[in-house]
Design a protein around this ligand. Structure first.
Ligand code: HEC
Length: 393
């Protein structure tokens, strides 16, 4: 089959659907027709368009795409008809015909269950401090069932009526954050209304619930990294304050959209990496302090939060004690893409977040550049496509 890969139009369609629903929610909220839930506008309906279903069911996605085109055409025809009286009948007829022949998708397939927080955005910015808080919450309240590694094999799992799902899967990426948030606080029920996962609302607040979602994503990546070289969940570069030289601390997200970022866990001056103009290098140290006496030409930006070490360890799937020397590389859009092992040259095998498994990227490869350059070129050529609640990775 020729034609553009489905990712391109499917992604545009999912973004459009997401924006329309968010727009509708803002309108409803502005008109006072819906209130707030957990500090953000509450989705007032029990259903929403399920972007995650469209990702799996390309046929349905095509139907939706064509129907959207038909609606667009009809709206255009009506607006032109308003201005152009002589052709009004023809235009209105054409608009009506477009709506008539559009392959309208079945509502039961298109819509999925929604909750008041379905469209909520996480306030944590995936920060290293939130990941560290989430790690504590997870160990205390979740690991018993979901397992310390998130694979759903905690000591209590076998006693439950339903086995907990493994979090080391695309599950967390497919669900909207707001729906995970709801499930964590309110619990889950099966088709017969029986509680399958207890709600933890009485144990902790909103802040902890958002934080544990961040930690689960880090855990999912870290746990999945060993078994499969592709992360099940695409991860943002975690947010952290960094200090370059003696300047005031800055948020790492300032580089998003501009420069690539490399995080390097260091435990002494000997292991300091060299500065590299292809990315911003940020040192992650155990105590959040810059190593004493950074020599010239060695990287000079350091994460200031002592939680950064723990967060990077979770994401990389390394024990904190063995993290030194590990590197994480983020692309220009701020997605973590590659993980480098201590003392090894970079190669394609270090990519942990690969978008469409394209076989043709290296077809007309010029003389092979070094491993790192090849990796960076590939990262730039295959951006991560992201839609909340449905990811093309
Ligand atoms: C008593 C055991 C138990 C505990 C404690 C528990 N879970 Fe669960 N969890 C489950 C089971 C069982 C399911 C599957 C429920 C279902 O699909 O109906 C589940 C499902 C989930 C899901 C999948 C949600 C989805 O949208 O499909 C997530 C995420 C999750 N749990 C996170 C957590 C977090 C975070 C905690 C701790 C704050 C936690 N769980 C505590 C048993 C538990």
């Amino acid at each position: 089959m020729s034609g553009p890969p489905p990712q391109a139009w499917l992604n545009a369609l999912l973004v459009l659907i997401e924006k329309c629903q968010l727009g509708l929610l803002s309108l409803w909220h502005a008109l006072g027709l819906t209130g707030d839930s957990h500090g953000q506008p509450a989705w007032p309906w029990a259903r929403r368009i399920a972007g995650e279903t469209l990702l799996i069911d390309l046929g349905l996605a095509r139907q939706v795409g064509l129907s959207v085109c038909a609606i667009g055409f009809a709206v255009l025809a009506v607006s032109v008809a308003l201005a152009w009286r002589r052709q009004r009948v023809v235009l209105l007829g054409a608009g009506a015909l477009a709506l008539l022949v559009a392959p309208w998708p079945k509502a039961s397939l298109l819509l999925g269950p929604a909750m008041p927080t379905s469209f909520h955005a996480s306030p944590t910015r995936f920060s290293v401090d939130a990941i560290a808080l989430g790690a504590r919450v997870y160990a205390q309240h979740c690991a018993g069932c979901h397992g310390a590694d998130g694979r759903g094999e905690g000591p209590l799992a076998a006693t439950l009526a339903q086995w907990p799902p493994t979090l080391v899967s695309p599950l967390l990426a497919r669900r909207a954050d707001g729906e995970l948030f709801w499930h964590v606080l309110a619990g889950m029920r099966d088709r017969h209304g029986r509680l399958t996962m207890p709600g933890l609302r009485s144990q902790f607040g909103d802040r902890e619930a958002w934080a544990v979602i961040d930690y689960m994503k880090a855990l999912s990546a870290g746990s999945g990294a060993g078994a499969d070289s592709n992360w099940p969940v695409p991860l943002r570069l975690p947010e952290m304050a960094i200090r370059c030289g003696s300047d005031a601390p800055l948020a790492l997200s300032q580089w998003r959209g501009g420069q690539r970022v490399r995080l390097v866990a260091v435990d002494g001056v000997e292991s300091l990496p060299y500065e590299d103009p292809r990315f911003l290098t940020v040192l992650v140290t155990q105590d959040g302090k810059a190593p004493a006496q950074v020599p010239r030409f060695r990287a000079g930006c350091t994460a200031t939060s002592p939680h950064a070490w723990q967060a990077v360890a979770s994401i990389a799937g390394e024990a904190p004690a063995r993290l030194a020397g590990t590197q994480l590389l983020a692309d220009r859009a701020g997605w973590l893409r590659a993980r480098g092992a201590p003392g090894r040259q970079w190669s394609d095998a270090d990519l942990v977040c690969v978008s469409a498994p394209t076989a043709n990227t290296s077809r007309n490869a010029a003389p092979a550049p070094d491993g790192l350059t090849a990796l960076l070129l590939r990262m730039d050529a295959e951006p991560v496509r992201f839609v909340k609640g449905g990811l093309v990775h």
